[in-house]
Design a protein around this ligand. Structure first.
Ligand code: NAD
Length: 499
């Protein structure tokens, strides 16, 4: 059995806690490796190494730091196939989708190469008589991030790239379900010239997370994962005086207006609903056609497309639309929710419950499901299923459809399909969701914009990547300076005011 490691002070380090977690190949259901689960002492050693290395890294000029990231981008491109294969083997997603996972992280690294520009402060000459005022953005010190299984390359990079570009050290606690790619990324960064200790990868579960939350030296915590854990990490991290940003779960609605091109909508929905087996926080899991006639046309177009979806292992190459879900427990949870939908009276138009893949009977495959006549009181509507299950909720008017998206507790992403600019504009202005697509099903902003939901999809204020990341990973210091010639008249005893 392969034993995975941590990555501390520039090398792979075996776990010492004696606790391990199984890492599966979701396509076969086999345990392919074990990852160590760090205890507080191991975390503490990683933090000590990071704290020792960080001041010199922060003092390195930002252009030199950016050059390390430039080289890192080149190395990721060199090793793209290897990274994608390792990612698919542990996560289950198809190879092109795994390469996309790496690519969307790489694009944030490219953005962070602009650190010298992004870190420039403000300067006011003669803010008062003989007084200049300037601000600078300084690194926080040792920062940390806790990431989910569903984007094991992209989300760690969304955190550690801006953190280290700003001059911080970063402790990454990846998902224990697919921990290999984060270690490979750390090795590539080291090959690119990152000093030892600046990116530490500590594998673990709740024990390591709690040690991060309570560690005095760690200044900030980024989290992406499910909402209950996001809420927990936010409250405990903030109570410990840390800067915390947490991104949680989702239930993304797509509003389908009667004037939309129904073929386009159906194509968009199969990709957005079933891609990566529905295990994306920006997946569309609810389609809301407006009017029964629109709903009938939509379901008629959708059903054959959903039935035709090809499910299989990543090793089948381009013949597969989506792969297995990540674990047996995830599969069980999805099928339980499907059952609850049937019991609650939703119409299961495409039934994937009996899906079985010959030769892969022990894999965690779940067939595609399509529900119609789902209502807002059902569990399959309220809960995040995180599997290949799309629910059609029929709305009688645009206002009803908008209200559904607005009333749902999650507010990560949403989309509207229409040919009418006025409706689209009204929707984008009024909906209380963080990322909106207009005739775009998965509106994930590019690296130079910011990513973040609203409502229970987020805890904290600043978004991920883009300019917000440079704010999150730095503190502003503002200096008011007057040189001796300005005070030769003697001290001032009343508060200075502008006249
Ligand atoms: P998860 O919440 O189970 O795990 C996320 C991380 O938290 C992992 O590193 C895990 O080890 C750790 N963790 C799990 N239980 C913990 C506990 N009790 N105490 C402390 N730490 C704990 O999430 P997941 O299943 O890995 O990922 C899927 C979820 O992530 C979905 O809800 C999805 O919507 C969400 N997600 C959100 C975004 C976003 O940007 N909003 C992006 C991707 C995924």
């Amino acid at each position: 059995m392969e034993q995975l490691t941590h990555f501390i002070n520039g090398k792979r380090v075996a776990g010492t806690s004696g606790r391990f977690s199984d890492v599966y190949n979701p396509a076969t259901g086999e345990v392919q490796a074990q990852t160590p689960l760090a205890n507080p002492a191991e975390l503490d050693a990683a933090v000590a190494g990071a704290a020792a290395a960080q001041p010199a890294w922060a003092a390195t000029n930002p252009q030199r730091r950016a050059r390390v990231l430039m080289k890192f981008v080149a190395l990721m491109n060199r090793d793209m196939d290897k990274l994608a294969e390792a990612l698919s083997r542990e996560h289950g997603k198809t190879l092109p989708d795994a390469a996309g996972d790496v690519q969307r992280g790489l694009e944030v690294v490219e953005y962070c190469i602009g650190a010298p520009e992004l870190l420039k402060g403000d300067y006011t000459d003669s803010a008062g008589p003989g007084i200049d005022m300037y601000s600078m953005r300084q690194a926080l010190g040792v920062t940390a991030g806790i990431t989910p299984f569903n984007f094991p390359a992209m989300i760690p990079m969304w955190m550690f790239a801006p953190a280290i570009a700003c001059g911080n050290a970063f402790i990454l606690k990846p998902s224990e379900r697919d921990p290999s790619v984060p270690i490979m990324l750390a090795e590539l960064l080291q090959e690119a010239g990152l000093p030892d200790g600046i990116l530490q990868v500590v594998n673990g579960d709740k024990e390591a997370v709690d040690a991060i939350l309570d560690h005095d030296v760690i200044q900030s915590i980024g989290f992406v994962g499910s909402t209950p854990i996001a809420e927990y990490i936010y409250s405990r991290g903030c109570a410990n005086g840390k800067r915390v940003q947490c991104f949680g779960g989702a239930k993304n609605h797509m509003i389908v207006m009667p004037d939309a091109d129904m073929d386009q909508v159906a194509d968009a929905l199969v990709g957005a609903g079933y891609g990566a087996a529905g295990e994306r926080c920006m997946a569309i899991s609810v389609a809301v056609p407006v009017g029964d006639e629109t709903a009938d046309r939509l379901v008629e177009k959708l059903a054959p497309r959903v039935e035709a979806l090809k499910v299989g292992p990543y090793t089948s190459g381009n013949d597969v639309d989506f792969g297995p879900v990540v674990t047996g427990a995830a599969k069980e949870n999805i099928l339980k929710l499907v059952e609850s939908g049937v019991e609650a009276g939703a119409k299961l138009v495409v039934d994937g419950r009996d899906f079985n893949l010959q030769g892969y009977e022990d894999g965690f495959f779940v067939g595609a499901h399509l529900f119609d006549h789902v209502t807002s009181d059902m569990d399959i509507y309220q809960k995040e299923i995180f599997g290949p299950v799309l629910s059609v909720v029929r709305a009688q008017s645009y206002e009803d459809a908008l209200k559904l998206a607005m009333d749902h507790e999650y507010g990560n992403g949403t989309a509207i399909y229409t040919r009418d600019g006025d409706t689209a504009r009204d929707f984008a202005n009024r909906v209380n969701v963080g990322m909106v697509g207009i005739n775009v099903p998965i509106p994930v902003p590019l690296a130079y914009h910011t990513f973040g939901g609203w409502k229970k999809s987020v805890f904290g204020d600043l978004n991920q990547h883009g300019p917000d990341a440079f704010k999150f990973y730095t503190r502003t210091k503002t200096v008011t300076a007057r040189w001796p010639s300005g005070i030769k008249e003697g001290g001032e005893f009343s508060i200075p005011v502008m006249e």
